[in-house]
Design a protein around this ligand. Structure first.
Ligand code: XMP
Ligand code: MG
Length: 192
């Protein structure tokens, strides 16, 4: 059974996504020339974007990973954000940190991570997000992304790292699922 039959509509094709990674990679390479760049990928959702973005960055940099959780299964945020796996770089002093995220939604996750890195003494902290859902931003959130791949309306998207209930991350494009996948009727549930 193919995942493709669960897709309602494709929002960003493989070509669109390659262009985004290329454009942002060039911009970042220009802006961080002569800086001590540390790119921090927020697992798991940003991992595919990170892999494409970093191959479009032409200046020396280091990479690291962090895991922050704000979502349970399903499409709704739980509100609280926790760091479940920290960076392997222990001292961030002297680093210009660029946080790479799949999607900026309420913004609570990146607010928390930005605050942590700033408090720990990073030279600078900026955000590169593949997708931005500005409509959804929480009132308490003050961070603003410096690099944005594309803005999206308030719909739950999957693919290219983004999941629904941990699945569909391996789709090479970004789209939305059919309504019955997000909200299965009793009949569909019994059939599965
Ligand atoms: P906040 O609300 O803290 O959350 O900005 C960011 C995280 O929420 C998840 N998220 C999504 N995941 N499709 C997804 O697969 C979506 O449309 C979506 N919107 C938010 C995602 O894990 C992101 O890192
Ligand atoms: Mg997710």
């Amino acid at each position: 059974m193919s995942m493709l039959q669960d897709i309602q509509e494709v929002f960003f094709s493989q070509e669109d996504l390659a262009k985004i990674a290329n454009r942002l990679g060039h911009q970042i390479s220009h802006d961080y020339k002569d800086h001590n760049l540390l790119i921090v990928s927020v697992l798991k959702g940003s991992v595919i974007f990170m892999a494409d973005l970093m191959r479009n960055i032409t200046i020396p940099c280091k990479i690291d990973f962090i895991t922050a959780s704000s979502y349970h299964a399903g499409t709704e945020s739980t509100g609280s954000v926790s760091v479940t796996d920290d960076l392997s770089v222990k001292d961030v002093h002297g680093y210009d940190i660029l946080i790479v995220e799949d999607i900026l939604d309420t913004g609570r996750t990146l607010q928390k991570l930005s605050d942590i890195f700033s408090k720990k003494g990073a030279s600078s902290v900026r955000i590169c997000t593949l997708l931005d859902k500005p409509e959804r931003r929480d009132k308490s959130v003050t961070i603003k992304p410096t690099y944005i791949g594309a803005k999206v309306r308030n719909e739950f998207v999957v693919g290219y790292g983004l999941d629904f209930d941990q699945k569909y991350r391996n789709l090479p494009f970004i789209g939305i699922l059919k309504e019955e996948i997000y909200h299965p009727t009793t009949e569909t549930k019994e059939a599965n």
